[in-house]
Design a protein around this ligand. Structure first.
Ligand code: ARG
Length: 461
């Protein structure tokens, strides 16, 4: 009886149902791994030649064949039907069509289990490297905008209530440092992906004495995986990447939320450039912050990818099971979504107008209350007591509909005899800032130093 025409068909009497073929196929999405797959196979063929499985001539044929497969498959109009199952089998099948039965030697001692793991590590390495470039670019945008608006003051919020005034560059740099940690997390994921899994075979290790150190060198890995069962089961590096991306998106999303609010008529702190806004089909006056809303919205999608893969992984018995094929779509989607969001966010920030006067005039005089309380502390009043005194002062002035800054020295003194003449001078936004030159604070001196530190980190990255 003739074997079924798939690479694994020998054991089968009939081909899978068309439904099964369609259900089982990953070629529709894993063709993104083409380049990685070819690179892995070229290195693998070289390792096979070194242990005598391939002759020098056969290696040459395989290398040339793989090159041609890569060219053919990377043509945009190249159709790869579901019958090919996945990119690994598609490459092998086409290779064999091109160079004959010697193509069938390539998979000696290899399994798609170690192969797909390798391909994902290779793919991830490039994807992370390009995300790092994008994050760095956004950090540069933040540095530049912090420098451009170095003296701009805006209200700082907690609970979305005005808290204390801060400098705009302080605000911009807060995202800079979040992104710096994002880069660190991606770098960590990268370091833990930097192990060669090839040689693990299906699960038990290849029976051919392949030189794994050679393979690692050929493919640019700094180490080899120490346990074949772990290697073919491992998707931690994908989970770590997805988790780093989820956190990155959360950061962007929080700033989107601020900027969306700030671009409303009520705030008017920023105006998005037309380049990154859209209109309404009905209301002619509208200019909507869709770019930022989409980044915020897509954050949910990236979280979803992380949850999808975590959930897929949780009950997969060691080692490989086809569940693991479900790792690719969330990975690709999260990588692509994060990349475009970084690009859009950087573009929107870079082009938006910062309405400095609106920001500064929005600082409510009550945002200086802590400074008055701190003053009393300087006069020897316990902080709790000072807090109460100033609290009453704020309440009285609110009842009278007056700003804190309009109060006279007598009125201050009526609340506490400890207010001296110099207390009035505190009721000033710049004074408030200048009192916060502690390292990491929003004082102009401290922010200038912070900016310098950020510049150095950025230049060294
Ligand atoms: N397409 C498969 C995947 O993405 C490749 C590995 C298949 N391995 C197997 N033993 N069937 O996971």
């Amino acid at each position: 009886m003739a074997a079924v025409q798939t690479p694994w068909g020998g054991r089968f009497q009939s081909a899978p149902a068309e439904l099964m073929e369609r259900f089982n196929a990953s070629i529709g999405f894993d063709r993104k791994l083409l380049e990685a797959d070819i690179a892995g196979s070229v290195a693998y063929a070289r390792a096979l030649q070194r242990v005598g499985v391939l002759s020098a001539g056969e290696l040459e044929q395989i290398e040339a064949g793989l090159k041609q497969v890569q060219e053919e498959f990377s043509a945009p109009d190249c159709a790869l039907p579901d019958a090919l199952e996945d990119i690994h089998m598609a490459v092998e099948q086409r290779l064999t069509e091109l160079i004959g039965s010697v193509g069938g030697k390539l998979h000696t001692g290899r399994s798609r289990n170690d192969q797909v793991n390798l391909d994902e590590r290779l793919y991830l390495r490039d994807a992370i490297a390009s995300l790092q470039v994008q994050i760095r670019h956004l950090q540069g945008v933040l540095l530049a905008s912090g420098e451009q608006h170095s003296r701009v003051v805006l209200p700082g919020y907690t609970h979305l209530q005005q808290a204390q005034p801060v400098l705009f560059p302080h605000y911009a740099l807060s995202l800079f440092w979040m992104l710096e940690r994002d880069r660190g997390r991606l770098e960590d994921a990268w370091r833990r992906a930097d192990f060669l899994p090839l040689g693990s075979g299906a699960l038990a290790g290849s029976a051919f004495p392949l030189d794994r150190a050679f393979l690692a060198r050929e493919l640019g890995f700094s180490q080899v995986t120490p346990n074949s069962l772990d290697a073919v089961s491992d998707r931690d590096f994908l989970l770590e990447t997805l988790s780093a991306l989820a956190i990155l998106m959360m950061h962007l999303s929080r700033f989107c939320e601020d900027l969306i609010l700030w671009s409303s008529a009520e705030f008017g702190f920023v105006e998005l450039d037309d380049l990154f806004a859209t209109g309404s089909s009905m209301m002619p006056q509208k200019k909507n912050p869709d770019a930022l809303e989409l980044v915020r919205g897509k954050t949910g999608r990236v979280y979803g990818s992380l949850m999808a893969l975590l959930t897929t992984m949780k009950a997969v018995p060691l080692t490989y099971a086809k569940d693991l094929q479900e790792d690719k779509e969330p990975l690709f989607d999260a990588l692509e979504t994060s990349a475009i969001c970084l690009e859009v966010f950087a573009g929107a920030w870079e082009s938006m107008e910062v309405c400095a006067e609106r920001m500064e005039s929005a600082v409510d005089s009550t945002a200086l209350a802590t400074d008055l309380a701190d003053y009393l502390v300087g006069q020897g009043v316990p902080f709790r007591e000072a807090h109460r005194v100033v609290g009453r002062l704020v309440r009285d002035s609110l009842e009278q509909g007056r700003a804190l800054t309009d109060l006279s020295l007598e009125e201050l003194r009526a609340h506490s005899a400890d207010f001296g003449e110099d207390a009035l001078g505190l009721l000033d936004v710049r004074q408030s800032l200048a009192r916060r030159n502690i390292e990491g604070g929003t004082g102009p001196q401290a922010v200038a130093e912070q900016m310098e530190k950020a510049r150095q980190v950025w230049a060294g990255s």
